[in-house]
Ligand binder design. Structure first.
Ligand code: GTP
Ligand code: MG
Ligand code: ZN
Length: 340
C-alpha cells in the first residue's frame, strides 16, 4: 500500500464497499474524486466494528495492483490485494436500522394508507433518531389515497414538535416543500429516508431527484411475504443529484423498508433513556408527583395529565408504553454494542 485517500462509504453489500473518494486532497493521488469498490482490512471484524454506509474511511492502495472493473470503477485485484479500507474515522453515531453511520437527519416515512400507518413503529424510529441526536422529519406519503388521514397525521406530528410534510407522488403534491427543506437543512449533512416497506420512499426520491431512477415496487404478495424492493442502503451525493448544488457536501440515502420484527430483535437504549426521546413530553418531565414516575399509569403524573387534556397525543403515549414494555424485558447481555 503506497497511497492513501479519504472517502465516504456510499454502499456496502456482502463485505464489498463502494466508496466515494474526496476530490481535493493535500497530497494528490491517482484516485482522488473517484468512486471505488473494495473490502475492509480484516482486523475490523475482530474489533467488532463493521464499516457502514456513511462512514468516513481511509483507503490504502497500490497503484500497481489496481484494476478497472466492467463499470469503469477502480477495484481491488481478485485476490483482494491492491486496495482496502485501512481505517474508519470517528463516528457521530451508528444505527442498526437503517444500518448507517453519521446520520444527522432522518426522514421518517409513512403512508396515509396502503400500507396503513403503524404509529408505534413510526414513534420507535423517531425515538431511535432522537436518542442518537438525529433530527426526525416526518413524511406522510400517498396523501391521494386518504387526504383526511394524511392531514390528521401531519397535525399530530407538527404538534409534537416535528417538521412534517404531506406528499403525494401520484398527484405531484407537496414535493416542493420537501425539496425546500433539504436545500435549507440537509445541504452539508447526511440524511436518509426510512420506514416500512412500500410506503413510497424510493418513489419520492425519484421525484425529488429526477436524475435518479430507483427501482420501485407494487405492493403485492411479494411485500406481504416480507420481501422488499430496495435491498440495501445507498447514499447519493447532493452535488451529483442537483446540478445547482455543486458545492454541497451532503448525502441522501434510500434505505430498505423494514418490518416490525427487525425492531424487537435489538436493544436500542435503556428504558430510563426513553422519556428523553419523546420531545412532546419534555415540558412535563420532572413535574410528576413522584420523582421516579414511569409515566405509565401513576396518579399525579404530569405526562398523563397532558395526555388527558389533549396536549400530548394519546397515540404518542401508547407508543411510549409499547416501547417501554419492549425495553423493560431486555436483559443487558442481549444487547448489541452501540459501535456495532
Ligand atoms: N397512490 C400512490 N401510490 C404511491 C405513491 N408513492 C408511491 N406509490 C406506490 O407505492 C408502491 C411502493 O413504492 P416504493 O417507492 O417502491 O416504496 P418503498 O418505500 O421504497 O419500498 P421498499 O423499497 O420496499 O422499502 C409503488 O407501487 C408506488 O408506485 C403515492 O404518492 N400515491
Ligand atoms: Mg424502496
Ligand atoms: Zn409521570
Amino acid at each position: 500500500m503506497n497511497q492513501q485517500s479519504r472517502g465516504k462509504i456510499i454502499q456496502g453489500v456482502g463485505g464489498l464497499y463502494t466508496i466515494r473518494l474526496e476530490a481535493e486532497t493535500d497530497t494528490p493521488t491517482p484516485l482522488d474524486g473517484k468512486t471505488i469498490s473494495c473490502r475492509a482490512r480484516g482486523v475490523f471484524r475482530h474489533e467488532g466494528t463493521t464499516p457502514l454506509p456513511g462512514d468516513n474511511v481511509v483507503v490504502g492502495y497500490d497503484d500497481s495492483a489496481l484494476k478497472i472493473d466492467e463499470h469503469g470503477i477502480p477495484t481491488a485485484a481478485d485476490d483482494g490485494s491492491g486496495i482496502r479500507i485501512e481505517d474508519i474515522l470517528p463516528r457521530r453515531n451508528a444505527l442498526i436500522r437503517p444500518p448507517m453511520a453519521n446520520l444527522e437527519v432522518l426522514f421518517v416515512s409513512m403512508a396515509a394508507a396502503k400500507p396503513a400507518p403503524l404509529l408505534p413503529t413510526v414513534d420507535k424510529l423517531i425515538s431511535i433518531a432522537e436518542h442518537n441526536h438525529i433530527e426526525p422529519v416526518i413524511i406522510i406519503g400517498k396523501a391521494d389515497l386518504d387526504p383526511t388521514r394524511a392531514a390528521e397525521l401531519q397535525a399530530l406530528y407538527a404538534k409534537a414538535g416535528f417538521a412534517s410534510f404531506v406528499v403525494s407522488c401520484e398527484k405531484n403534491e407537496g414535493i416542493d416543500a420537501v425539496e425546500q427543506y433539504i436545500r435549507q437543512n440537509v445541504k452539508d449533512k447526511i440524511a436518509a429516508f426510512a420506514g416500512t416497506s412500500g410506503v413510497g420512499k424510493s418513489t419520492l426520491m425519484n421525484r425529488l431527484f429526477p436524475s435518479l431512477s430507483r427501482m420501485t415496487g407494487e405492493i403485492s404478495q411479494k411485500n406481504a411475504r416480507g420481501r422488499h424492493t430496495t435491498r440495501e442502503v445507498t447514499l447519493f451525493a447532493l452535488s451529483d443529484l442537483w446540478p445547482d448544488c455543486q458545492n454541497a457536501q451532503g448525502y441522501i440515502a434510500d434505505t430498505p423498508g423494514f418490518s416490525l420484527l427487525d425492531f424487537t430483535r435489538f436493544d436500542f437504549f435503556e428504558k430510563d433513556d426513553l422519556p428523553a426521546t419523546m420531545r412532546d413530553f419534555a415540558p412535563y418531565l420532572g413535574k410528576c408527583r413522584w420523582a421516579d414516575c414511569t409515566h405509565l399509569k401513576e396518579e399525579g403524573c404530569a405526562v398523563l395529565e397532558a395526555v388527558r387534556r389533549g396536549d400530548i397525543a394519546s397515540s404518542r403515549h401508547e407508543s411510549f408504553v409499547s416501547i417501554y414494555n419492549d425495553l423493560k424485558d431486555k436483559h443487558p447481555w442481549t444487547k448489541v454494542p452501540s459501535h456495532h
